[in-house]
Design a protein around this ligand. Structure first.
Ligand SMILES: NC(=O)c1ccc[n+]([C@@H]2O[C@H](COP(=O)([O-])OP(=O)(O)OC[C@H]3O[C@@H](n4cnc5c(N)ncnc54)[C@H](O)[C@@H]3O)[C@@H](O)[C@H]2O)c1
Ligand SMILES: O=C(O)C(=O)C[C@@H](O)[C@H](O)[C@H](O)COP(=O)(O)O
Ligand SMILES: [Zn+2]
Length: 359
């Protein structure tokens, strides 16, 4: 049995708790306590439902529970699926005391959170993340959204969950490629703000890939602590929170250009972080050996570090312009000063970006 961990996200007078541990989904009373009203909607996907949906339904048996099972994958994080969820809530007769539960990865979490943000202008939602990526990142912090063909997460809202239950036992069934994708966002925290954590990850790359329970739980808790700190200081991304976007302007452009059917989000972020590091080094802002160290760790974790074939620099740059950090149409990038330090930079010349996209 691994140690249970808790991380609190404090947002002024509001706060919520992230619970991290094995077997949390089996604790019916804990789940039930998260649904104070009569109605609950459990949103999940077709890969997750066969493993975990029945447990959640059993815990909530005394409530009026509806479940909605999406096809899996990024291509389902759409306005059309969002509309479907609105129709389900209407069909349930859900009132403002409904609780929406997101049981799955970041796709389910982002969509469920956005649905909860919009239904009757905002209802309670709870994150039950089942991927490593969702446990360390998407379930925490209240960014919710769906994609458009034109760009990632373009339609969304900030809407914080009431609680996060990260049952790390669910990672036992997570496919290898998805585990690795989650590790990209884990590395991101070390890269952008914690050189000590980065070195800790370098020492434990094999243990993480082997899913050693204590090492995974420790990594998840440390990532949640990082994210909780940043979100507490800058909930709506006016400044510091932009650093959590390290690698994302490049990564989102790749995902969009591939029609959301190519690299996974975490994989695209891995490539994006390498590109951001390379650009920073080219601009003289970061040491080249640090950029090499970042790429080496990502490669050890089985992640891609180069742009997939067939994606042109100009097309990617055009996609980057729809990034949400842009101001009056001008790109704003998260660049790098080396292991453990990121910074927000305006006015990077297109030529410098194109050179990195072309390399
Ligand atoms: N809101 C945020 O702050 C934030 C942060 C990071 C990423 N995101 C978003 O998260 C999404 C990516 O999330 P993801 O990587 O979790 O992908 P995902 O939700 O697509 O899940 C990955 C895959 O694993 C399957 N799966 C999930 N849990 C499983 C389990 N325990 N056992 C077996 N299969 C399982 C899913 O069905 C899916 O096929 C992207 O849309 C990204 O933009 C949002
Ligand atoms: O929480 C944040 O802030 C992040 O940027 C976390 C990212 O990992 C995540 O992918 C997020 O959805 C990207 O946000 P976006 O504003 O660029 O869509
Ligand atoms: Zn991300």
């Amino acid at each position: 049995m691994i140690e249970r961990r808790q991380v609190d996200v404090a947002l002024g007078a509001r706060r919520y708790r992230i619970h991290i541990g094995r077997g949390l989904l089996d604790e019916a009373a804990r789940l039930l306590a998260l649904v104070p009203g009569r109605h609950a909607l459990v949103l999940t996907d077709a890969n997750v439902a066969p493993h975990y949906l029945a447990r959640v339904q059993a815990a909530l048996v005394e409530k009026q529970v509806q479940s909605w099972v999406l096809p899996p994958g990024e291509q389902e994080k759409t306005l059309a699926r969002f509309g479907e969820v609105m129709t389900v809530l209407a069909g349930m007769g859900a009132s403002r005391d409904v609780t929406v539960l997101a049981l799955g990865g970041g796709v389910v979490g982002d969509l469920a959170g956005f649905a909860a943000a919009c239904w009757m202008r905002g209802v309670r939602f709870v994150q039950l993340p089942t991927t490593l990526l969702a446990m360390v990142d998407s379930a925490v912090g209240g960014k919710t959204a769906v994609d458009l063909p034109e760009g990632k997460n373009l339609v969304g809202a900030f809407h914080q969950p009431a609680a996060v239950l990260a049952d790390v036992a669910t990672l036992d069934t997570l496919p290898e490629r998805e585990l690795r994708a989650g590790l990209a966002e884990v590395v991101k925290y070390g890269a952008l703000g914690d050189a000590g954590f980065f070195a800790w990850l370098e020492d434990r790359a094999e243990a993480l890939l082997a899913r050693e329970p204590e090492v995974l739980a420790e990594a998840i808790a440390r990532c949640c602590e990082h994210k909780a700190g940043i979100v507490a200081r800058d909930e709506t991304e006016q400044g510091e929170r932009m650093l959590l976007n390290l690698g994302h302007t490049f990564g989102h452009a790749i995902e969009t250009e591939q029609g959301y059917g190519g690299l996974l989000h975490g994989e695209a972020v891995a490539v994006g972080m390498v590109l951001a590091a390379r650009l920073s080094s080219e601009l003289g802002r970061a040491p080249w050996p640090d950029a090499a160290r970042l790429a080496a760790l990502l490669e050890r974790l089985g992640l891609p570090v180069a742009i997939p074939a067939g994606l042109g620099p100009q097309a990617l740059l055009a996609r980057m312009r729809l990034d949400k950090k842009a101001v009056s149409g001008a790109l704003r990038l998260v660049l790098w000063r080396g292991i453990g330090q990121a910074e927000v930079v305006d006015d990077v010349a297109d030529e410098a970006i194109l050179a990195v996209l072309d390399a």
